[in-house]
Design a protein around this ligand. Structure first.
Ligand code: GAP
Length: 560
């Protein structure tokens, strides 16, 4: 069952990300660039750990996959052939009141929850006043009085009244000037009429005479989710970022920022096949940036305009396609479990025939329970031979494969697991975030925020603390341990504040291990304990005493 959204939890996560340097809004000091994010010192480590692990299991640990790194700037012919220039669109609708743009394929909100009735506001007259400084109600009053006088002395003032009418009153409203507004639960009619008023004021209709009528509606999708105002009919909107290459901007200088990494793989298929001398089935993997002009970037980094993908195109014979689709779904689910995203929080959606791309014979979405709802983390799609055939046709260059055993030539089919780096980072943070209770310096229980990252993913693997910062020998020993560990992992040295506070700071950023150098380490209390330290586990908070020389081995075995 879908869990209900937990806004409070999401707010805490977003605030922690900023406070501790995981993720910042891009260009924040200038008010921010919507849908674009920067990763801070901890975020970049987490992201690298994720990408490195993906590369390790998808490329280094396999004989049948090689990597590539394609360019971001893409030839328009590539994206014309792939279908992106003509069909990579979202249906968009605009709010008639605020002009805010939304995707048209939002889900309808349940009628019971939010829709009571819609107001059809119409039958007003336009009062186009030349200067907005004039108080419309006083002009209106003046006009009425004027008209009264006119009827008393029709001949004297007739021309003046006609001039006034021409200047201020432009006749009954055209039908496009009426607006339907949704009255949502808890909203009274006066609020809705105020919105209608605002709609007319924006059109310089300063004194709308509203005669609203009401009707029942069944679908909230026709109305803005922000204010209930009517939306325009859907129009297609291309999501690609276009740029111009070279000194002059002409039709011939157009290039696109790639909307997915996959196309570079298809276009380089022949080159890579030749240099790698792989036999089917084999794959080409790539990690890199992709760009989409998303209309509603939202849910923190979940839907961004600039993001990274980790994509594999796994080429095969047609008859292997469906079996490999299931194989890759299984591999990808294992991957998420190995980075600490439990199977319970993951859901496999079989994409229906209607929702699937027309060329795909089967697609799964791997979804995750984010605090804002269940959403796609990765797609695993059997794309048939569509992409290679399209590029072969458009370029006129052969993209086929020669099977030496059967002596046959054919264009391979492909299965594609396509994951979003930023979505996986966000899922890692959401999955790891937890609050529990731990004793403070005086033994009083307090709330502890912990990021329970899998040690493999944690930005900092081990923190090293001298018990006291003003004891030269403790500090020197702790720094020695830092140097011992540094070649193997990302280590953090901290000598400031009480030891409990230092643990807490590391718990909050998910550091799985803490090493404390104390007087036992120096052999001052018990000669047998010389060159031992306490090793603390973030989750259980248990401490064990280990030999300094064993530390690299113990820790490496727990973080790889
Ligand atoms: N080559 C196939 C492809 O690009 P997609 O479903 O459009 O398929 C694959 O994208 C993955 O890329 C998604 O599952 C998601 O993780 C990530 N992704 C797509 N659009 C994104 C966006 N606007 N922001 C962040 N991640 C995105």
């Amino acid at each position: 069952m879908n869990k209900s959204p937990d806004t409070q939890r999401m707010e805490k996560i977003v605030s922690l990300c900023k406070r501790r340097g995981f993720i910042f809004q891009s260009s924040e000091i200038y008010g921010g660039l919507n849908g674009v994010w920067d990763y801070g010192p901890l975020g970049v480590e987490l992201k690298r750990n994720l990408k490195n692990y993906w590369w390790r299991v998808m490329v280094h640990e396999r004989d049948d996959i090689v990597g590539m790194d394609g360019s971001i700037l893409t030839h328009p012919a590539v994206l014309k052939a792939s279908g992106h220039v003509d069909t990579f669109t979202d249906p968009m609708v605009d709010c008639r009141l605020t002009q805010r743009r939304f995707r048209a394929d939002r889900e309808s909100v349940s009628r019971k929850d939010s829709i009571r009735l819609a107001l059809l506001v119409s039958d007003h007259r336009k009062f186009n006043l030349p200067t907005p400084k004039v108080d419309p109600s006083s002009v209106f009053k003046f006009f009425i009085e004027f008209a009264d006088k006119m009827s008393a002395q029709p001949d004297i003032l007739k021309d003046d009244v006609e001039n006034f009418r021409k200047a201020y009153v432009s006749g009954p409203a055209a039908s496009g000037d009426s607006i339907r507004l949704l009255q949502r639960k808890g909203e009274d009619k006066a609020t809705i009429l105020k919105r209608a008023d605002a709609f007319y004021q924006l059109r310089n209709i300063l004194i709308p005479m509203l005669s609203p009528s009401t009707e029942e509606v069944t679908d909230s999708r026709d109305f803005s989710p922000e204010n209930g105002a009517e939306l325009t009919p859907p129009r297609p909107f291309n999501l690609m970022f276009r740029t111009s290459m070279g000194a002059t901007e002409t039709e011939d200088s157009i290039a696109y920022l790639r909307p997915e990494t996959a196309q570079a793989i298809f276009v380089q298929f022949k080159n890579i096949l030749e240099v790698s001398r792989k036999k089917l089935p084999f794959g080409i993997a790539q990690i890199g940036k992709a760009f989409r002009n998303e209309i509603n970037p939202r849910n923190f980094t979940f839907r961004s305009r600039e993001f990274e993908q980790m994509e594999l195109e796994y080429f095969c014979r047609a008859e292997e396609g469906m079996k490999l689709l299931d194989y890759w779904l299984g591999e990808r689910l294992k991957f998420y479990e190995n980075i600490g995203i439990g199977r319970d929080g993951l859901h496999v959606k079989t994409v229906s025939d209607e929702e699937r791309a027309f060329y795909s014979k089967g697609t799964y979405d791997i979804e995750f329970d984010f605090p804002f709802g269940r959403q796609e983390l990765e797609g695993v799609a059997y794309r048939t031979d569509y992409d290679l055939l399209q590029h072969q046709k458009a370029s006129g260059k052969s993209l086929d494969y020669f099977d030496e055993e059967t002596k046959q030539r054919f264009v391979p089919h492909v299965v594609e697991p396509s994951a979003g780096v930023d979505r996986a980072v966000l899922a890692l943070i959401c999955e790891a975030y937890s609050e529990d209770e731990a004793p403070d310096e005086k033994g009083k229980m307090e709330t502890r925020i912990v990021l329970r990252f899998h040690p493999r993913m944690a930005p900092i693997k081990c923190a090293v603390f001298p018990l006291l910062k003003n004891k030269e020998h403790l500090v020197a020993k702790a720094k020695e341990i830092v140097d011992l560990l540094r070649p193997h992992m990302n280590v953090f040295y901290d000598e400031s504040g009480a030891i409990g506070r230092r643990y807490r700071r590391q718990d909050e950023i998910g550091t799985p291990f803490g090493v404390t150098v104390d007087f036992e380490t120096l052999g001052e209390k018990d000669a047998d304990l010389r060159d031992t330290v306490t090793l603390r586990d973030r989750d259980s908070m248990k401490q064990e005493r280990v030999l300094v020389k064993d530390l690299p081995g113990i820790l490496v075995s727990r973080i790889t």
